[in-house]
Design a protein around this ligand. Structure first.
Ligand code: AMP
Ligand code: GLY
Length: 429
């Protein structure tokens, strides 16, 4: 089987690494990929994974590549190509592809759509309203005492969410998004939610249009600095499992969230085949959904795929083909921790082209895998090429052991200005 993976981050490196282990795979491409992805080989044929210099949003270019290489199965990592309709396009040309179609991608590309869907189908979420009118929006904030979260409707690179503690802040947030157009057209409509308190966890479920199979929980660390201080980022580290939900509570959450979700999709003519990643707040009155993502999380994928024992090709094929009910997800009892090493300055501006050393030493440590995100190969050396640079991931008998192993690997790696959190997974203890 010939496989193409779309994307270039740590998530895509983890997808490529795991897919390449499948005995079904003979050849692989990644577009555009990164320096770490280019070092992977298919286990069965030992062929290097080839990175093609085509952007993840260049849909005609990606289609031409899949046709030219006679790719059997394409796997999409990031949200943008999904929202642009890559799945619909490939299917129209008779190509098999994994990921949600454009209609299903709305769960991530429109927060207004998601909020209305949750309310209509009885999925537990924050008390909320959706608005296209500034005055009505501000009036709703006031009913919440100003303690609320104002969200731009559309995709805003994870930045269109403003947390407010009082009415002054809330009105400023509404003005910034709806009048000042701080996030452009994404802010023409807003969702305003009550400010929920609790522990935030990531849920993932693989779906095939009828069936949803839930993963164990994981937890991301979105702020740049230790102790959840500093700016919001794409994610500075993850671990799995988390101690915050028992297996019974996770199953109960799956029942109250995934069952109405899948039923609602069928009722509304949405064929949801792909990954569903709800952001969940564990509040005193139970789990509440903050938002839906329609793809694998990054860096959640790095910890999930190091724990997954199934053949990922079989699982994604079952998700795309509607045969997931026959699959049983198997997870290693080991815990996994991923520490993201970022460029100095991230999530603000940062330099590129810094030489990275110690990768081989880190990868040589037991149960350790260094996933690349923003890296490139320059004159035979691996250099930094993005904000999040590496996802240093390790397994251990428990979260504590995995954490120690991940940081031991981080210690081996050097690049000028390297920045990482020292408290990834500390919340588990
Ligand atoms: P979202 O993109 O909607 O997940 O929001 C980004 C982040 O904002 C989340 O990961 C939460 O940390 C925070 N957040 C979003 N909605 C709420 C809410 N209703 N209450 C508290 N925090 C929230
Ligand atoms: N881990 C955050 C995200 O993938 O959106």
């Amino acid at each position: 089987m010939k496989i193409l993976v779309i994307g270039s981050g740590g998530r895509e490196h983890a997808l490529v690494w795991k897919l390449a282990q499948s005995p079904l795979v003979t050849e692989m491409w990644c577009a555009p990929g990164n320096a770490g992805i280019a070092q992977e080989r298919t286990k069965k044929t030992e062929k290097p994974v080839e990175c093609a210099n085509i952007g993840a949003e260049d849909l005609p270019g990606l289609l031409a590549l899949a046709q030219e290489k006679r790719v059997d199965f394409t796997v999409v990592g990031p949200d943008n190509p999904l929202a642009l309709g890559i799945v619909d396009l490939f299917q129209k040309h008779g190509l098999k592809i994994w990921g949600v179609n454009q209609k299903a991608a709305q769960f991530e590309s429109s927060k207004v759509f998601s909020q209305k869907f949750m309310e209509k189908h009885g999925i537990p979420t924050a008390l909320a309203g959706t608005f296209s009118d500034v005055t009505a929006a501000k009036r709703f904030c006031a009913t919440l005492g100003g303690k609320c979260v104002v969200k731009a409707d559309g995709l805003a690179l994870g930045k269109g969410v403003l947390m407010c503690l009082n009415q002054t802040m809330a009105e400023k947030a509404v003005d910034e998004i709806m009048v000042g157009k701080a996030f452009g057209a994404a802010g023409a409509n807003v969702v305003i939610q009550e400010f929920l308190e609790g522990i935030e966890v990531s849920m993932h479920a693989l779906c095939d249009g009828k069936t949803a199979k839930i993963f164990p929980t994981s937890q991301d660390h979105k702020r740049a600095l230790d102790g959840d201080r500093g700016l919001n980022t794409g994610g500075m580290g993850t671990y799995s499992p988390t101690p915050f939900l028992t297996d019974a509570e996770l199953a109960e959450t799956a029942r109250t969230v995934l069952e109405p979700f899948m039923r609602g999709c069928v009722a509304e003519g949405i064929d949801y085949r792909g990954l569903l990643y709800p952001g969940v707040m564990l509040t005193k009155s139970g789990p509440k959904i903050l938002e839906f993502n329609a793809r694998f999380g990054d860096p959640e994928t790095q910890v999930y795929l190091t724990r997954l024992e199934n053949d990922l090709v079989e699982l994604l094929d079952a998700s795309a083909s509607g045969t997931l009910a026959k699959q049983e997800l198997k997870w290693s009892p080991l815990a996994s921790v991923c520490v993201v090493m970022a460029s100095g300055g991230y999530p603000g501006s940062y330099p590129k082209g810094k030489v990275i050393t110690g990768l081989a030493a880190a990868n040589a440590l037991p149960h350790t895998k260094v996933f690349h995100a923003g890296t490139a190969l320059r004159d035979g050396q691996i250099v930094t090429n993005g904000g999040r640079v590496l996802g240093v991931t390790a397994l251990g008998t428990d979260v504590k052991a995995a954490q120690a192993a991940a940081y031991a690997a981080v210690e081996q790696i050097r690049f000028e200005g390297a920045q990482f959190r020292r408290d990834i997974a500390a919340k588990a203890f």
